[in-house]
Design a protein around this ligand. Structure first.
Ligand code: GLA
Length: 364
């Protein structure tokens, strides 16, 4: 085999935010937008990366494919995967990324997972999707330097169309949960706020570290061993901020389980309420929202959405609104109008249907 084309999707997370690295469960699904990569064997000494969305090519020697030599640009996501998979045969990698960038829809995981699956296929490495998800997370943590959890890579690799995926972020056991909003007259509206606040990296890392130290202080091994009632009983040793961070984690874990039960009963008004409760918790207890996200959520709710919340890491990026189809137009108009009045940059809107995970498109 000399050449392989692989693709992987971005994602949106229905519920379970900032709990993948807190030993929780998450319920994301893959969106239709994908990143395609074509990987071709080379016979010289370089790795060469090109992109349909970038002007110049990047060439790297094997000796420079190490975290300490990271370039701090898009090529790190690819180089990180090559490094994590310990590939040392030179390749050309051409990317065509159709997942919107910077919208909190995980274009980075789509790129990592497409490259990981493509390399696995090209070199017959025989890794499972779970192996590849863990490798891609490691690449992002150790090579790119972003201390993300395992959600984005897992869903990008393991999604199935028509389903959200319940992921146990400790064991990576999964359960496909049927999700067909359109046949219920509903749509999941994605509102890209176009806001990117500077806190993104530092804020994420800080939340993660604070949760870990709060657990140590409580003498607990995992957030999944704790519930809200126990936190009330034993949490008085925590400072006020840590208490709120832990409260978000434990209540969000509970909301994921409630959502699965409600989805099984097709109780969408109930899910809407949970989405809104999640937003409140992310805003007040976890403090990862921002004015643009809050406004999108508030206006979506007041103009007819069943519920809405920020998604992804926060401090900008996207919100989702669970919306009756006939209200979509009005909700978009109201949000755009509110953004104009607030003098925010215009938002972008997408809708998303649960789509397939990473796959090999062709090989020769
Ligand atoms: C980012 C990270 C994920 C997850 C979310 C928040 O998308 O990459 O691992 O932590 O934020 O839920």
């Amino acid at each position: 085999m000399k050449r392989v084309t692989a693709s992987a999707p971005g994602r949106v997370n229905l519920i379970g935010e900032h709990i993948d690295y807190n030993d929780g469960w998450v319920l994301p699904f893959a969106i239709g937008e994908r990143t395609r990569v074509t990987i071709t064997l080379r016979s010289d000494s370089k790795f060469r990366f090109t992109s349909a969305q970038k002007k110049s090519a990047i060439e790297i020697d094997l000796s420079n494919l190490v975290p300490s030599k990271r370039r701090s640009d898009w090529s790190d996501y690819i180089a990180g995967i090559i490094w994590a998979l310990e590939v040392n045969h030179r390749v050309d990698i051409h990317i065509d990324g159709q997942v919107p960038l910077g919208a909190g829809l995980s274009s980075s995981a789509a790129l990592e997972c497409a490259v990981a699956l493509g390399l696995d296929h090209l070199f017959s490495l025989g890794k499972s999707k779970v192996d590849l998800a863990r490798l891609a997370q490691r690449a992002e943590n150790e090579y790119v330097g972003m201390p993300c959890g395992i959600m984005d890579q897992s869903i990008s690799l393991m999604a199935e169309s028509g389903h959200a995926l319940l992921i146990d972020c400790v064991t990576l056991e999964t359960r496909q949960i049927p999700l067909d909003l359109r046949s219920e007259g509903l749509e999941l509206l994605i509102i890209d706020t176009n806001a990117h606040h500077a806190l993104v990296d530092g804020g994420y890392r800080e939340r993660r570290e604070r949760c870990q130290s709060a657990l140590r202080q409580l003498g607990m091994r995992s957030m999944r061993d704790l519930d809200e009632a126990q936190l009330e009983l034993f949490g008085n040793s925590l400072d006020e901020i840590s208490y709120r961070r832990v409260r978000h984690a434990v209540t969000e874990i509970a909301r994921v389980h409630q959502s699965v039960a409600l989805l099984e009963k097709k109780d969408f008004p109930g899910i809407g309420k949970i989405l809104s409760a999640s937003h409140h918790s992310l805003k007040v207890d976890y403090e990862v929202s921002c004015p643009e996200l809050d406004l999108a959520v508030e206006v979506a709710e007041s103009s007819g959405a069943l519920g809405a919340r920020m998604v992804g890491g926060g401090f900008g990026g996207s919100a989702i609104a669970l919306t009756p189809q006939e209200k979509i137009h009005e909700i978009k108009e109201e949000i755009s109008q509110a953004y104009r009045e607030a003098k925010f940059a215009p938002p972008r809107f997408f809708t998303a249907q649960p789509s397939d995970g990473a796959r090999i498109e062709s090989s020769e």
